[in-house]
Design a protein around this ligand. Structure first.
Ligand SMILES: [Ca+2]
Length: 242
């Protein structure tokens, strides 16, 4: 027969687990793996552009599956050579290389890689994340060059509500600009990843972006869960002692 202590422990633990569950489902918002060719906005993600850094966000409205195999989003009003998104939906690299015929493009999308390209009018390509609930999030990832000939030379940014809190430069083929930081976001906020052409040249500027956004469990929830585990441990220890 279960003792009162064991029943109490099981009740507390069940409560702790139930409370912990919502944040325990390993929710990770992944900009690349979540990519959709069919929907914009796509859940928490939106594909668009702005004329200048932090200015009005405009949704892309033109999707395509390119002959290369890339999935792309653009805005019809900005074509040709407007800001764009490209995604490799396959498990193999997608390569666009015209150097053998005298060209200067040697672009390599790794499997499941997402890229943002600024426009010829120096528009910013902007990936927007809209938090589904208020709380702390861990924002991790990197910007890098897709072009392997000259390499991208782009200014990259992360903004909350139009104000940048992270700025960097992707500068050439091997350049990687990483980020990893906690961020408090509330419902109604918008988090933007923006890629601009830096200076006067937008050629070869396609820039890879890996970005994951992970909700951070609240300390009180972790504490309750830990308390439940500790209580079980103590009761079990007592049982084995007796
Ligand atoms: Ca450039």
């Amino acid at each position: 027969m279960k003792t009162f202590a064991i029943l109490l422990t099981e009740t507390v633990l069940a409560g702790a687990v139930m409370t912990f569950q919502p944040n325990c489902q390993a929710i990770v918002y992944d900009a690349a793996l979540d990519f959709s060719l069919n929907s914009n906005p796509n859940g928490v993600w939106s594909y668009g552009y702005s004329d200048t850094l932090g200015s009005t966000f405009v949704l892309d409205d033109l999707n395509a599956q390119e002959s290369s195999g890339l999935y792309t989003w653009r805005n019809a009003s900005q074509e040709p050579n407007g800001p764009n998104f490209a995604y490799n939906p396959t498990a193999s690299p997608i390569i666009i290389d015209d150097t053998a015929t005298g060209g200067t493009d040697h672009m390599v999308w790794a499997p499941y890689q997402l890229s943002l390209g600024p426009g010829s009018g120096f528009q910013y390509s902007v990936l927007r994340f809209t938090p589904p609930e208020s709380g702390e999030y861990q924002v991790q990832g990197a910007f890098s060059s897709v072009d392997q000939y000259y390499g991208a030379k782009t200014d990259v940014h992360i903004l909350v509500n139009g104000t940048s809190f992270f700025d960097g430069l992707v500068w050439g083929t091997d350049s990687v600009v990483s980020f990893d930081q906690p961020l408090q976001l509330n419902v109604g906020d918008v988090l933007d990843f923006a890629v601009g052409p830096f200076g006067g040249n937008w050629g070869w500027d396609t820039t890879g972006l890996s970005a994951t956004i992970t909700p951070v469990p609240e300390p009180s929830t972790i504490g309750l869960f830990a308390a439940g585990l500790l209580l079980v441990y103590r009761v079990r220890s007592k049982q084995s002692d007796s």
